[in-house]
Ligand binder design. Sequence first.
Ligand code: SF4
Ligand code: SF4
Length: 194
Amino acid sequence: MVKFKCTLCGVCCSQYWVPVTHLDAWRIVNYGGYDARDFLVLYKSSSYKSTFPKVLLWEDEGYLGLKRFTDGFCVFNRNKICTVHQFKPLTCRFYPFIYVTSNGRITGIEVNKNAVKVCPGLIYDNNSIDVETRSSLIQLAEIRIVERNLYARAVKEWSSEYCGRGLFKEFVDFLVEKAEVDAKTLIRRGLWIK
Ligand code: SF4
Ligand code: SF4
């Protein structure tokens, strides 16, 4: 049986950049009291690849993500501990697993192959993922899909309003405003998670 219990080693927080939606950012702003301009950054599409919507700005084009320190650690990691754990981005909550979709529907939860022998909390034996982990990740994936769709809509609205002439700081402010509205909608629909 595949099992997972995080050992708080911090390896995943130093190896990857974390793409975020406007709602991931808003959770950190709302529950953590941070200023979104202080922790968000644009990862240029000339150097980074992502399935997230690409953002077109006056400065450049790329993907929204969390800032990192020069040693690779996420800006929210202190001494290998996530300081925003209670409301961290949904991308972080899946690791070391991934969800698989087909035509917008979830078809499975799988181990992230890149995490095998890298994440010490993962016990991987080619068997199935335990039922509890699988069902909580399916619920999370369903919400993730809704949030990603809302984020894609927000980026589209940004593009048609600013036509590549907006600055990064303006984009961040625009997203926080959109997120406030979208979060309220999700709360009403019972789809909000802290
Ligand atoms: S690499 Fe695995 S065990 Fe280490 S912090 Fe990340 S999820 Fe936890
Ligand atoms: S938000 Fe937390 S879990 Fe995610 S990369 Fe940053 S420190 Fe790690």
